[in-house]
Ligand binder design. Structure first.
Ligand code: FES
Length: 124
């Protein structure tokens, strides 16, 4: 586990999301953009790039208390599990989040993987 600080808890209100960059502190790997969310029960993180066509989920809308709606074609994903409502079996990657004092930390090595499970005739 390698949790990295990304933001302070006061930077997000319940029902908000934003994009954070990780690994951009002079390390050997390119920075990665991660979507960070605040729900009523805490903070969550997923990959930022939508598995459909690359929309930025951190610029999406938190809906129904636990889902994010992609800004490009409005696919909905469960923020806690990554599951997609539009394409069953498809998931976005989720990452573990913890809070230390008032600092939000994300572990890019943990979480659940992304799965793309589109039927052959469903590509939009
Ligand atoms: S890119 Fe996200 S729904 Fe199409």
């Amino acid at each position: 586990m390698a949790f990295e600080p990304v933001a302070r808890t006061s930077q997000l209100k319940v029902g908000e999301c934003r994009i954070v960059e990780m690994g951009s502190h002079g390390g050997p790997t390119a920075p990665r953009r991660i979507a960070l969310y605040r729900l009523a029960d805490g903070f969550y993180a997923t990959q930022n790039e939508c598995v459909h066509r690359g929309g930025e989920l951190g610029d999406g809308i938190v809906s129904g208390g636990s889902h994010v709606v992609c800004p490009l074609h409005q696919w909905r994903f469960d923020i806690r599990t990554g599951a997609c409502e539009v394409a069953p079996g498809t998931c976005i990657r989720t990452y573990p989040v913890k809070i230390e004092a008032d600092v939000i930390m994300i572990d890019l090595d943990g979480g659940t993987p992304a799965v793309l499970a589109l039927p052959p005739d469903q590509d939009d």
